[in-house]
Design a protein around this ligand. Structure first.
Ligand SMILES: Nc1ncnc2c1ncn2[C@@H]1O[C@H](COP(=O)(O)OP(=O)(O)OP(=O)(O)O)[C@@H](O)[C@H]1O
Ligand SMILES: [Zn+2]
Length: 848
C-alpha cells in the first residue's frame, strides 16, 4: 500500500482548484465527539470517508483516525489543524461500518472513538510515528555561521532554526519528541515548512504493523518441466548425489504435471537435504527460487467431496423450517438440545447462503470452542473461511479484515469482535450458543452485546440471523414465543445417543459418613474408576481455577485479601503465590498470620489445580489434564489440550466453564460437577438461568455417541427445585417458571437494565456522588425505576470503591434514545461539579 505524505511536493496535486476542505475524523479517544481537521490541498482528491489518516491530537500526540466525512465547512470556535498523513488509497472502513460504529456508540452510550478502538485490529492502528531527519541535500554538520547565511536564502523562522539545530544534535526524532523538546504548540506546521524547503525528510514513513507473510518457494524451470526436460536435468547432476536427491525429492512432492506449481524451500530441504546443492541447481537454471506472499490460513484446497455428512430427516426438516421462517421473519431461534447436530445444520445453511453469493458470519462465544468447530468447518469450506479471534496475531487479523474487504473471504468464524469486520453483503449471521454471557463485552467500552449487535447489523444488510442454543436465553426464547423470531426445536440427539442420566450426590451426607476422598464423593470416584477401566474418558467441571480459593488462619480465621480489591486472594500452589483474579496482584504466601501471628495458615476450598493434583495421587495410573485460564494463556494452549484429549492421550480433563460448552468428545460418558451450589446461590436475578445453562451444557458433553451418558453432581442442596427440572433436561418447564418471575419483578425481557457504576478512590466520595446522581435521575424516571445506590458484591476493585445504580426501563414504555440522552446529561452534570473531578461513571447498557 502506498502512503501519501501531506508534506509531499504540492506540484503533484491533481486538483487545480484550491478548495479548502475539512474532514470530520473519528479518533480513538473516549470523548463523545468527532474532530475536524483541515485537509492539505494536495490531498483534496484523496481524503474520503473510510480512509485512515494520521492527525495531531492535543499538544504532543499523533494518532490514527478514520475519516467520517468531508466537508467545506470550517469548524466553529477553533482553527482546524492539518491532517498529517493519509494512509489508505481506498477506504478501509466501509460506510456500513461507520454507520454501525455510530449505532453502537449511541446504543451503548460510549464514544465512537471507543468503538473504533475495539473494531480496528491493532495492526491497522499505527505503531510508532514517523521519524524526521535532515534531508541529505542539506549540508550536515553545518555551523551557526553557515546557518545564518542560509537563513535568508531559505527564509527560516527562529523555530525552524531551532528544529534544524535539534536534528543536527539528535540525528532523528519522532513528531512527538520534536514537539516536546522544542515545547511548541504546533510543531507540525514547522515540520511541514521544512519538508517543503527540502531541509527535513520523514525518513521512516509511518510504519504499519501489518506485514504480509512471505515464504521462499522453489519451482523447476519451465525448460525442464517435461519428461525429456527432466531426463536432461538428471544428466546435468550426475556427479552430485546430493543434487540428484534434491531433484527426486522435488518430483516426489511436486510432479511435473503440476507445473507451474511450486513448493516451499523449507519443505523441499526438509530435515537433511543440502542447501548448497540447491543453490547450485538454482545457479544452473534447473530450479527457480522466488518469494510468495502466503495467506496465513493455508488450508487444504476446497474439495466438495469432503462434506460427506448427510443430515438426518429430523435435521433436514429443521433446516427447511428455518428457511420457511425466513420468508417472513429475519431471525430464527434454533433450540436444539446438546448433541442434536446444530453444527451440521449450520453447515447446510451456510452452504446454501454462500452459493447464493452472500457472505456468512458465524459467531462463537469463546476461543475454546473455535478450534474444534473450525477444524470441522475448514474440512468443508477450505479457503473460503476466515477465522477471527483475539488469540490471533495482529497480522492474521488484518489479513482476515482485508480478505473480507476484497472478497477473498466470504465466510468468517469468529468471536465477539468479528461483528466489526468490513462485510459488504452479509446474507446470514449464525450466533452459536446465543445464550452465552461472554458475548457481552464487560470492560472496557464499548460494552456491547455481540448477539444483539449482530441482529442490528443483519438488519442493516437485510441478512438473516439464526440464534442457536441448547439452552436459549430467556430473552430470546420469549421473543420466539411472541413470534418475533421464528422458533425451530430439535429435541432429539443425533443417532442412537440420548441425553445423559443425572445423579445428585448429597455432599453433606458424604461428609457425615466420612466418605470423601479429598473432594471426591465415593459415588463419583467409583464411577470414574469404572469409566477408566472401560477405556472411556471423564470430564470434571469446577468453576474455579487455581489451587484453593483462599488461605485461612486456623486460629483466628484471618483471610489474606487483595490490597487493591475487596476480595480474598486465590492460592496458586505451584508458584506458591496468592493472586488476585480481579486485578492481577500477586504476593508470596505469608508464613504467619497477619492478625495473630500463628503459623497455622491452610488452604480452604478447592480449584481446578487442586482437583488435578489430588487426582494424580488418587488415580496415579491415569493421565490427567487441566483446562482453565492458567493453562491456556497461549493460543495453542487450548488446541493442545483439546487435541490430546481427542486423541485419548488424556483420560481425565479437569476444567472451568471452558469445558462446558460446544465440545464434542466421543469417549466421554461420565461428567462430574463440583461446587455447583456457588453458582446457584449467587445473588443475581440471572442466577437460575445461568445455573440451568451451565449444568445442562456440561451435562451435554456426556454420552454424545452412546446411549449411556452419566452426570454426577455433588451438591449440598440436592432438594433444590431447579435440580428436579434439570435432571429431566426440561428446558420448557424452567422457562415457564422463570418467565413468570421475570415479569413479576420486572426484569428482562420485560425491562431493559442500565447499570451505572460510580467509582472513586474514596468510599465516601463514591457514595456521595452516586447518591446525588440517583437523586437527579429519580424525578424524571420515577423512583421505582432507579434502584440503589448500593455497594456491589465486590465493593473495591483496583483501588476504586464502587457504588451501583440500577435503572430498569420497562419495554416499550420509553423512548430509549431520549432516556439515554437524559441519563447522559445527568452524568455530565455530575462531572461538572468540581468536587467530583475524579469521579468515574461507567455505563453498562443491557448489562448481563
Ligand atoms: N447428520 C449427521 N451425520 C453424522 N454425524 C452427525 C450428524 N449430525 C450430528 N452428527 C455428529 O453428532 C455429534 C453432535 O453434533 P454437534 O456437535 O453438531 O451437536 P450440537 O447440537 O452442536 O451440540 P452442542 O449444543 O452440545 O454443541 C457430532 O460429533 C456430529 O459430528
Ligand atoms: Zn485485586
Amino acid at each position: 500500500m502506498s502512503l501519501f505524505s501531506s508534506f509531499s511536493d504540492t506540484s503533484n496535486s491533481i486538483s487545480t482548484e484550491r478548495k479548502t476542505l475539512f474532514a470530520e475524523v473519528i479518533i480513538p479517544v473516549p470523548l463523545k465527539t468527532t474532530f475536524t481537521y483541515r485537509i492539505p490541498f494536495e490531498l483534496n482528491d484523496f481524503v474520503q470517508s473510510g480512509v485512515r489518516v494520521v492527525i495531531p491530537f492535543g499538544r504532543k500526540r499523533v494518532l490514527t483516525g478514520v475519516v467520517k466525512s468531508v466537508t467545506q465547512e470550517a469548524p466553529k470556535g477553533y482553527s482546524a489543524k492539518y491532517i498529517l498523513e493519509l494512509l489508505d488509497e481506498e477506504p478501509l472502513i466501509t460506510q456500513t461500518q461507520i454507520w454501525f460504529w455510530s449505532w453502537i456508540a449511541s446504543y451503548y452510550m460510549c464514544s465512537i472513538g471507543e468503538v473504533m478502538n475495539a473494531a480496528l485490529p491493532s495492526g491497522l492502528k499505527l505503531s510508532s510515528t514517523s521519524r524526521l531527519q535532515l534531508h541529505p541535500d542539506w549540508k550536515n554538520g553545518i555551523n551557526q555561521e553557515e546557518i545564518k547565511e542560509k537563513q535568508a536564502e531559505y527564509d527560516l523562522s527562529e523555530d525552524e532554526i531551532r528544529l534544524i539545530n535539534l536534528l543536527e544534535l539528535e540525528n532523528s526524532l519522532t513528531y512527538e519528541q520534536a514537539g516536546e523538546k522544542l515545547d511548541l504548540q504546533d510543531v507540525y506546521q514547522i515540520i511541514k515548512k521544512l519538508t517543503q524547503k527540502r531541509i527535513v525528510i520523514i525518513f521512516e514513513e509511518l510504519k504499519e504493523k501489518y506485514s504480509p507473510l512471505k515464504e521462499k518457494q522453489i519451482r523447476i524451470a519451465e525448460k525442464y518441466a517435461t519428461q525429456e526436460g527432466i531426463a536432461e536435468a538428471f544428466t546435468k547432476t550426475t556427479r552430485s548425489v546430493k543434487q540428484e536427491e534434491l531433484l527426486l525429492t522435488y518430483l516426489s512432492k511436486n510432479p511435473i504435471k503440476n507445473y507451474p506449481k511450486s513448493i516451499s524451500k523449507k519443505e523441499l530441504l526438509g530435515e537433511n537435504l543440502s542447501a548448497s546443492s540447491l543453490k547450485t541447481l538454482i545457479k544452473n537454471g534447473i530450479f527457480e527460487e522466488f518469494e510468495k506472499t502466503l495467506s496465513r490460513f493455508e488450508f487444504e484446497e476446497w474439495t466438495e467431496t469432503e462434506s460427506q455428512i448427510s443430515l438426518t430427516s429430523t435435521q433436514e426438516n429443521a433446516v427447511n423450517q428455518i428457511f420457511e421462517h425466513f420468508q417472513d421473519k429475519s431471525t430464527v431461534l434454533l433450540h436444539g438440545i446438546t448433541g442434536s447436530g446444530k453444527t451440521e445444520m449450520y453447515v447446510s445453511l451456510i452452504e446454501q447462503v454462500l452459493q447464493s453469493g452472500s457472505q456468512v458470519l458465524m459467531l462463537l462465544p469463546e476461543i475454546a470452542l473455535t478450534s474444534q468447530i473450525v477444524v470441522r468447518l475448514k474440512r468443508i469450506f477450505g479457503n473460503a473461511v476466515g477465522v477471527y479471534h483475539s488469540r490471533f496475531s495482529d497480522n492474521e487479523r488484518v489479513e482476515v479484515w482485508k480478505g473480507v474487504l476484497n472478497g477473498d473471504i466470504n465466510f468468517v468464524i469468529g468471536v465477539r469482535s468479528s461483528v466489526f469486520l468490513p462485510f459488504e453483503h452479509l446474507g446470514l449471521i449464525i450466533v452459536d450458543e446465543e445464550h452465552d454471557p461472554s458475548y457481552k463485552q464487560y470492560d472496557p467500552a464499548p460494552r456491547y452485546h455481540a448477539r444483539d449487535a449482530a441482529l442490528v447489523l443483519a438488519h442493516k444488510h437485510q441478512a438473516k440471523v439464526v440464534l442457536g442454543s441448547a439452552t436459549p436465553s430467556v430473552e430470546s426464547y420469549f421473543l420466539a414465543k411472541q413470534k418475533q423470531y421464528g422458533l425451530v426445536e430439535v429435541l432429539q440427539r443425533f443417532g442412537e445417543a440420548t441425553l445423559p442420566e443425572i445423579q445428585l450426590v448429597d455432599l453433606k451426607k458424604s461428609k457425615k459418613r466420612k466418605e470423601l476422598k479429598e473432594n471426591f464423593t465415593l459415588e463419583l470416584f467409583e464411577q470414574m474408576k469404572t469409566a477408566l477401566e472401560q477405556h472411556e474418558q471423564v470430564l470434571l467441571f469446577q468453576n474455579r481455577r487455581g489451587y484453593a480459593p483462599y488461605l485461612s488462619c486456623e486460629v483466628c480465621e484471618w483471610i489474606p485479601e487483595c490490597q487493591n480489591c475487596s476480595v480474598s486472594l486465590t492460592y496458586h500452589q505451584r508458584a506458591n503465590e496468592l493472586r488476585c483474579h480481579y486485578c492481577g496482584f500477586s504476593t508470596k504466601v505469608p508464613q504467619t498470620c497477619s492478625a495473630c501471628s500463628s503459623t497455622k495458615i491452610y488452604p480452604k476450598g478447592f480449584g481446578t489445580q487442586k482437583l488435578e493434583e489430588d487426582l494424580q495421587v488418587l488415580l496415579p495410573e491415569s493421565r490427567i489434564a487441566r483446562m482453565d485460564k492458567d493453562t491456556t494463556r497461549t493460543r495453542t494452549g487450548y488446541e493442545k489440550i483439546i487435541d490430546a484429549f481427542e486423541k485419548h492421550e488424556v483420560d481425565i480433563l479437569v476444567g472451568t466453564q471452558m469445558i462446558t460448552k460446544g465440545l464434542d468428545f466421543e469417549k466421554v460418558n461420565l461428567v462430574g460437577v463440583f461446587d455447583a451450589d456457588r453458582i446457584l446461590f449467587f445473588p443475581d436475578f440471572r442466577s437460575s438461568e445461568r445455573f440451568m445453562q451451565l449444568i445442562m451444557q456440561v451435562s451435554g458433553r456426556a454420552g454424545r455417541r452412546s446411549g449411556k451418558g452419566k452426570v454426577v453432581i455433588q451438591t449440598n442442596s440436592p432438594s433444590h427445585p431447579l435440580f428436579a427440572i434439570i435432571s429431566l433436561h426440561d428446558y420448557q418447564t424452567f422457562y415457564n417458571q422463570e418467565i413468570l418471575e421475570r415479569q413479576e419483578y420486572s426484569y428482562p425481557p420485560f425491562a431493559r437494565l442500565i447499570k451505572l457504576m460510580v467509582r472513586h478512590e474514596e468510599r465516601e466520595m463514591a457514595q456521595k456522588a452516586a447518591f446525588i446522581l440517583s437523586k437527579k435521575l429519580q424525578p424524571k424516571l420515577g423512583a421505582g425505576r432507579v434502584l440503589g445506590p448500593e455497594a456491589p458484591i465486590i465493593e473495591r476493585i483496583r483501588n476504586k470503591f464502587q457504588q451501583a445504580i440500577l435503572i430498569k426501563l420497562e419495554r416499550n414504555k420509553f423512548d430509549l434514545g431520549k432516556t439515554k440522552e437524559f441519563i447522559q446529561s445527568q452524568i455530565d452534570e455530575l462531572y461538572k461539579d468540581k468536587s467530583f473531578k475524579k469521579i468515574q461513571v461507567v455505563v453498562d447498557v443491557d448489562f448481563v
